[in-house]
Design a protein around this ligand. Structure first.
Ligand SMILES: [Zn+2]
Length: 356
């Protein structure tokens, strides 16, 4: 429902009151009631994130933001059209949001101080766990959730591509889960170059999200997502010499905000390739690297608790077909709520809480 719809409804009801109610006091009372009712209807219709088109002074900024009873961990700060904003993460459930700084009590700290301040929270546990799993050249970070979870977390990567997005993923997801899990959670790892070339796909996704068909966690997948067919893996993807990590991280976030997407506190390495030094560079931005134990196109199978990886950019139709096959095999279990999709934030949170 649009604002225009609410406005015409308001005018119609207002005219109705004017024509049929003659007692002035009653008239005012009814109008006040009408305005309250419309405000209550409009608030949920406006939950979509605004597009930040005039971002200035976008910067890394750590600390604590307090708005009773909530405590938020600040990751970034920026200005947009003369207002000051914070990008924050809830250290308990790992959900992020953007809000005006004036609503909060703000205390700036270094990243080290911030992490000490929030020690014992799921956020700190998850990020230090990811750092402990930083040695692998592939699949560093959090690569799966708890096996006790009946279902999976779905992640779809949107690496640069000239092809249109593979919309089958979303259509099948919505169809299978419409009666049991609405909105269906999905994490989308977006690269800057993909966003620049796929504005209609972004609008389509945001519409599905606004209509509560899907709930998207936006994951940073670097800006350029460079890849070489000839370079060895140790010098490939973000390990390619000359890579500007600051640009790869922050330019992607800015473009997400331009497009009205809220960056999460997660990062997915292009090609799932990284080394220990690179993992620490990413966690120094306050971001938690997310791997995968079930890259379907590589023949890895999804198990309970898996963080499943498919490609949504049209370049890996085999993985998408595998995923759709998996959904169809699980139809009965899905209908009985015995196989569900888990929000990436809750998967990482529960896994971190488990301890090791
Ligand atoms: Zn990728």
């Amino acid at each position: 429902m649009s604002f225009k719809y609410h406005y015409s409804l308001f005018n119609y009801s207002n005219n109705f009151i004017d024509s049929f109610i003659f007692d002035a006091e009653m008239k005012n009372l009814l109008k006040a009631f009408l305005i309250t009712l419309l405000i209550l209807m409009i608030i949920p219709a406006c939950h979509a994130q605004q597009n930040f088109l005039g971002i200035k002074n976008y910067r890394v900024f750590y600390g604590w933001a307090h708005n009773y009873p909530e405590d938020w961990l600040i990751l970034r700060r920026f200005e947009n059209n003369g207002r000051d904003y914070l990008l924050m993460v809830n250290p308990q459930n790992l959900q992020s949001k953007v809000d005006e700084s004036s609503f909060y009590q703000v205390k700036q700290m270094s990243l080290a101080e911030t992490r000490v301040y929030f020690k014992n929270t799921p956020y700190e546990k998850a990020i230090s766990k990811a750092e402990k799993r930083s040695v692998n050249i592939q699949d560093a970070g959090i690569e799966r959730g708890l096996p006790s979870k009946a279902g999976i977390s779905l992640t779809a990567d949107l690496c640069p591509s000239h092809k249109p997005m593979d919309r089958r993923i979303f259509i099948n997801l919505i169809n299978e889960f419409k009666k049991v899990e609405k909105p269906a959670p999905i994490a989308l790892s977006v690269s800057g170059l993909w966003m620049l070339k796929h504005v209609p796909d972004i609008q389509w996704l945001k519409k599905l999200s606004d209509e509560d068909e899907i709930r998207i966690t936006w994951v940073n997948h670097s800006f350029n997502h460079r890849v070489s067919k000839t370079l060895p893996i140790k010098e490939n993807f973000l390990l390619e010499p000359g890579t500007d990590i600051n640009y790869e991280v922050l330019a992607t976030e800015r473009l997400m905000l331009n497009n009205g997407m809220v960056p999460s506190c997660f990062f997915r390495f292009p090609g799932l390739v990284s080394d220990q030094q690179l993992v620490y560079k990413i966690t120094d931005y306050g971001l938690i690297p997310i791997g995968s134990d079930a890259w379907l196109a590589k023949g890895q199978k999804a198990q309970n608790g898996s963080i499943v990886l498919i490609h949504g950019n049209g370049n890996e139709p085999v993985g998408v077909a595998d995923f759709i096959g998996l959904l169809h095999r699980k139809t009965r279990q899905i209908a009985q709520k015995q196989w569900l999709l888990y929000d990436l934030s809750s998967t990482v949170k529960d896994e971190a809480d488990q301890g090791e």
